[in-house]
Design a binder for this molecule. Structure first.
Ligand SMILES: [Zn+2]
Length: 188
């Protein structure tokens, strides 16, 4: 079951390793932020009985965030720096098959109904990690870069970089957001 985050935004909390999936609604269409690893698909299907996925924005290229795209027919968008190294990023997940519907994310903000999502490149957890800042609700979708209670993303996996994530977190620390929506665990 999805829970309400704020007006027009819902969350399917990730269970186990699965990432959180955020659902932004505009009329009969939705935009997803991350697709989960597949475990959230039944809850997503319940949400989508009368709605269609317009597009999916991916915070980075790890399987627990993108494997759901193997079961979703919409197009997804991922930063170029992760798109180029998907096999290496996912060598920890031997069963993982790269979805065929992931394209390169541009750098321009994405408009979707009343929402406007600014793309912020925040390397460190992976080279192509991004955060999305939704301007009308001042919500920061922070992927695996920043978590609640000041927790930071791990940098010990392929492509991780401690100096880069420190710089990314410093940049995020200067932003005025009302709500942090991370890739795992609770919101803040
Ligand atoms: Zn990750």
């Amino acid at each position: 079951m999805a829970e309400r985050v704020c007006s027009g935004i819902r969350l399917i909390a990730g269970e186990g390793l699965c990432s959180n999936v955020y659902i932004l609604e505009d009329g009969k269409e939705v935009l997803l932020i991350d697709s989960g690893d597949g475990a959230s698909l039944p809850a997503l299907d319940e949400e989508l009985i009368t709605k269609k996925i317009a597009k999916v924005l991916l915070t980075h290229g790890h399987a627990d965030h993108i494997n759901g795209m193997n079961y979703i027919s919409a197009d997804a968008f991922l930063h170029e720096a992760d798109l180029k190294i998907l096999p290496q990023l996912n060598k920890y997940f031997p069963e993982f098959k790269i979805p065929g519907n992931i394209e390169k994310l541009g750098s321009d903000a994405i408009a979707f109904g009343k929402f406007r999502l600014e793309i912020i490149h925040t390397p460190g957890h992976t080279p192509g990690s991004v955060c999305f800042f939704e301007e009308s609700t001042k919500t920061l979708f922070s992927g695996d870069t920043k978590f609640a209670a000041g927790d930071r993303g791990r940098t010990d996996l392929f492509g991780g970089d401690e100096e880069q994530i420190t710089a990314s977190l410093e940049m995020l620390g200067k932003m005025k957001y009302a709500r942090l929506c991370p890739g795992h665990g609770p919101m803040e």
